[in-house]
Ligand binder design. Structure first.
Ligand SMILES: *Cc1c(COP(=O)(O)O)cnc(C)c1O
Length: 411
């Protein structure tokens, strides 16, 4: 065991010129001038494109990639994404409307979520979107609404598997869950789908999020594909869709290592032989949110004041937890850890010091960096929080303390 404290994985996605971060090919200080105010989120279009190309290189060619929009529903991001992926997954009426504004074919858009309102179901049915049904009750409601509209709804069954995604920081399958239909109840539901005459597409099996462990992902893929093939024997028609979830993680905290896609892709390649044989009509889909956008995005705020208190230095900024809840450590973290944070317009700087970066809110929870080493910053400097392209703005309580909302730009 070494005594060297764990460090953040190296951040190589954005070049640095003259000690200033470049985002979308623009120096950060120039981008701040262009946007005209701080704080802001900036997403680098080329980084998103490269991330999808990386996945395509490592995953078997027959795997379809979907974007789970809740990770970042900014319309410009979704438009860009729609030209790169094979489908979109939405989780609300508002996301559905953004997805329907893209060139993506509605049959390649799916809608999941445990509590769908009639208005949302009707819109999806009319649009020809695939409804991932989360319960028997929802199935009956969908059939009823389909009759009212005179349209045959496209449906898939979201299955709550009888296993969990190990090492996942957010478990969304296995045990008792509000998501999906317990695997053992799915055969009876499939028989009912046949009776109701719904347009059966297939299965959606999503077991968890933010996983950095190759063996856990491999095991989940194997079990998920196996479960899909078993359930297919009870299906009212050929399985045309087998969505096996995603959950690929990104390194946020000291000690986290980027996910190695090579063994993940090799394992899937090995498993696909049997799937192609048993489910020849099935599109096998991996749906990813975070992995596609997190590393392409930064959150930027400005230092309003350098303050010293009993030997500690605080950089008080115009941004904070109301814009970026995850970086404050209050979005699903058990123990608070720092996101990678730096002074974006002077990355190395001349002098280094240990500081805490805080926001303007009257709560000690408003902390973006807790005693981190960075370049010595002055009033007006730009603080950057990396790995912020997913679950940033829309996962934050922007109304808390009624400060202005941040800007957003895709560059
Ligand atoms: C949230 C969610 C995703 C995306 O998860 P990431 O960890 O962001 O990749 C995918 N599918 C479903 C059903 C989800 O609820």
């Amino acid at each position: 065991m070494s005594n060297v404290p764990p460090r953040h994985a190296p951040l190589v996605q954005f070049p640095v010129i003259d000690d200033c971060l470049q985002v979308g090919g623009i120096p950060l200080s120039r981008l701040a001038q262009r946007i005209g105010r701080t704080p802001f989120y900036a997403y680098d279009r080329r980084k998103i494109t490269e991330r999808i190309a990386l996945l395509r290189r490592h995953l078997p060619a027959e795997i379809h990639l979907h974007y789970a929009m809740k990770a970042n529903p900014m319309p410009a991001v979704v438009q860009h994404m729609a030209s790169l992926v094979d489908g979109l997954d939405v989780a609300s009426l508002a996301e559905m409307k953004v997805a329907l504004d893209t060139p993506m074919s509605p049959g390649l858009i799916s809608f999941a979520g445990p509590g769908k309102r009639d208005e949302e179901l009707s819109c999806a049915i009319a649009a020809g979107i695939v409804l991932n049904m989360e319960s028997e009750h929802e199935m009956e409601r969908i059939a009823g609404l389909g009759n009212l509209l005179g349209i045959c709804p496209k449906v898939a069954v979201r299955v709550n598997p009888d296993f969990e995604l190990k090492s996942s920081s957010m478990k969304m399958g296995g045990g008792a869950k509000q998501f999906g239909v317990d695997a053992e109840r799915v055969p009876a539901m499939l028989a009912r789908i046949g009776k109701l005459g719904l347009d059966f597409e297939g299965f959606h099996i999503f077991s968890g999020s933010q996983n950095l462990k190759v063996t856990a992902i491999q095991e989940a893929h194997e079990k998920t594909l196996q479960l899909g093939m078993e359930l297919a024997e009870h299906a009212p028609g050929p399985v045309r869709l087998l969505n096996i979830g995603g959950g690929f993680g990104v390194p946020y905290f000291p000690g986290d290592q980027a996910l190695d896609l090579v063994p993940v892709g090799d394992n899937l390649g090995r498993l696909m032989g049997e799937v192609n044989r048993r489910l020849p009509e099935a599109r096998v889909v991996i749906e990813l949110g975070r992995y596609l956008v997190a590393e392409a995005g930064i959150y930027v705020c400005r230092v309003l004041e350098r303050k010293e208190s009993r030997g500690q230095i605080f950089l008080i900024t115009d941004g904070g937890l109301h814009h970026h809840l995850a970086a404050s450590g209050n979005f699903g973290q058990v123990i608070r850890k720092n996101f990678p944070v730096a002074v974006g317009n002077r990355l190395k700087g001349h002098e280094r010091e240990t500081v805490s970066v805080v926001g303007p809110l009257c709560t000690p929870l408003d902390l973006l960096a807790d005693r981190m080493e960075m370049a010595r910053a002055e009033d007006g400097d730009l603080i950057v929080v990396f790995q912020s392209g997913a679950y940033g703005l829309t996962a934050s309580p922007t109304a808390f303390l009624s400060h202005p909302e941040p800007a957003e730009a895709l560059v």
